[in-house]
Ligand binder design. Sequence first.
Ligand SMILES: Cc1ncc(C[n+]2csc(CCOP(=O)(O)OP(=O)(O)O)c2C)c(N)n1
Ligand SMILES: [Mg+2]
Length: 322
Amino acid sequence: MKIHLDLLYSMLRIRKIEEGIADYYPRQKMRCPVHLSIGQEAVAAAAGLALNTADYAVSTHRGHAHYLAKGGDLKAMLAEIHGKAAGCSRGRGGSMHLIDQSVNFMGTTAIVGNSIPIGVGLGLASKLEGNQRISCVFVGDGAIEEGVFYEAANFAAVKKLPVLFICENNLYSVYSPLHVRQPVGRKIHEMVAAMGLSTSATDSNSAKDILEIIQSAVKQVRNGNGPHFVELATYRWREHCGPNFDNDLPYRAEAEFLAWKELDPLKHLTDELLAENIISQSELEKLSATLEQEVDSAFIFAESTPFPNPEEAYLDEYYTGH
Ligand SMILES: Cc1ncc(C[n+]2csc(CCOP(=O)(O)OP(=O)(O)O)c2C)c(N)n1
Ligand SMILES: [Mg+2]
């Protein structure tokens, strides 16, 4: 199916971009923290395909993949991570402040939970305007522990807002596993269902399954049924913040990482599409090479484009455009 090819393309592109960031990070030209979502790409890529460009999306500190999947400009993202004037936040925000209003990607924030009410507010705006746009709010399992989630989700439910919450449950908030943070056995989506939101969930790491569940959630929200909350099981392969692996740290076991790596949604989708003759080995190699070229030239741009003029830091009109 064509959409599965698009899914593969988007996942592979995000993987290569984030691997590029990890590889180049030690050169010390990117001086902001980076939270990579290598291993989690299926969720972002599926959401990017299920949403329309007119739909809104907001995300978190771990937002590169969501920005890219929604159609955010790659060069502007890498320039931002390099602190450059051509960055999507003009070099002031770094990796955790990504925005591309041309595709209605309305921002990421460093404060856990902070983008949730913004996303719900965008849903309220859509409802008041009577348009068909839905608002997608990406959250982690840790963000569900912030009080603002309950206020915002409750408001969305009461007002029947067109908001889709996509929760990437990667089992950890920094170094704290779920079981030290939430009662053992309590499922996040069941708790949210008790708040009056419709919910769905899957433990599957098949990119095709993830696409299907997000597509049906989008449809439901767009049809005016109020907010929906999807919980997806996933796993971040690298350290919480930074380009490295951290399997030497005691907070999670190497065996756990290896078990999730076996489930790699990108590898499995690639194998499936090869077996189904939807893509050939040589087409895959060509795609890989094209993406690597795109990533290389975006890095060359980000490294060579100028830093902002220091005087701009003190100009109020810089923000307002007046
Ligand atoms: C309000 C707030 N509290 C704590 C932090 C520190 N912090 C940054 S990321 C993070 C973990 C969030 O976990 P989760 O929402 O599951 O996202 P993940 O990092 O797993 O993608 C924490 C606690 C913060 N940035 N903001
Ligand atoms: Mg998490």
